[in-house]
Ligand binder design. Structure first.
Ligand code: G1P
Length: 303
């Protein structure tokens, strides 16, 4: 009988309780996770990524004003009947894709006390197994296999695995920063700091929003005091795991990542993903090239 840590990971946790203040006023009525990236909510990309990596059981940790997320992952019988009547199979398939891709469960966070607190709400769902955490702001290109790689590293070494990206010193204060031992695409994490000032960061390697965590993280989270921003930080619970001798590894990502976390990055993500799409790319590319060619040089007044 395999020990708990050897059981294949099947569960993913996606925290979606954030207020989305950077996208106000849109997020007054629409959760930021449902803002369309081309024609799919950002969150659908994340659920599809989890399913592709072999994690069909997904728990969303929601909060107030997030009911639309539950509706999105529910069947829509009236809409489906209307599309069926029209014989619109491709749109029907698109509607089904949201509900068929994974088994989605929900738990409410109650109070917004930080990412660590959100992850703690998944304890009963996860039980005694390793599990993945996917944050919604980062979309990883479907052609890259970051999560699969992280799951393989976790299966080999046990403990926790985080996704890392070199974001440069100038950006590190927006992230969890790590100290690492070793080189190459898999490194050992020896220290972590949540959102350090640039001159105090242990490196320019940042945690991007993918984690594979052992169930021991819940015990660590229960005793983690509020940290950066007055919130219970997942990064601080990982510090505790390192101190307890639990292996924490980092997989350094070198693929395509689309950040949808703020307005400028969101705009870039929509354009990048649309250009790649078979149905939209061929028409968008020449238009975009012309549009850029016609842009007045910076500072010049329009003709
Ligand atoms: C969270 C984590 C941080 C991580 C980041 C990745 O911060 O606390 O360690 O680097 O996600 O996106 P947030 O972006 O929620 O402030």
């Amino acid at each position: 009988m395999p020990s708990p840590s050897q059981r294949p990971t099947t569960k993913a946790v996606i925290p979606v309780a954030g207020m989305g203040t950077r996208f106000l006023p849109a997020t007054k009525a629409v959760p930021k996770e449902l803002l369309p990236v081309v024609d799919r909510p950002a969150l659908q990309y994340i659920v599809e990524e989890a399913a592709r990596a072999g994690l069909p059981e997904v728990l969303m940790v929601t909060g107030r004003n997030k009911a639309a997320i539950e509706d999105f992952f529910d069947r829509a019988p009236e809409l489906e009947a209307a599309l069926e009547k029209k014989g619109d199979q491709s749109r029907l398939d698109a509607v089904h894709a949201a509900t068929d891709v994974a088994q989605v469960h929900f738990v409410r966070q109650g109070e917004a006390r930080g990412l660590g607190h959100a992850v703690l709400q998944a304890a009963a769902f996860v039980g005694d197994e390793a599990f993945a955490v996917l944050l919604g702001d980062d979309i990883i290109d479907a052609r890259d296999h970051l999560l699969e790689e992280m799951l393989a590293v976790q299966a080999e070494h046990g403990g926790a695995v985080v996704a890392l990206l070199d974001v440069g010193r100038e950006n590190i204060s927006k992230y969890g920063a790590v100290a690492v031992h070793g080189e190459g695409s898999t490194v050992r994490v020896t220290g972590l700091v949540e959102k350090p000032p640039a001159d105090e960061a242990p490196s320019s390697l940042a945690i991007i929003g993918r984690y594979v965590l052992p169930p021991e993280v819940f015990a660590a989270l229960r005793v983690t005091e509020p940290g950066a921003g007055g919130e219970i930080q997942l990064t601080d619970a990982l510090v505790r795991l390192v101190q307890d001798g639990v292996p924490v590894h980092g997989v350094v990502f070198s693929g395509r990542r689309y950040d949808t976390g703020d307005r400028l990055d969101y705009l870039k993500a929509v354009i990048q993903l649309a250009v790649e799409r078979e149905d939209l790319g061929p028409a968008l590319r020449p238009w975009l090239q012309q549009f850029v060619a016609d842009l007045p040089a910076q500072g010049a007044s329009p003709a």
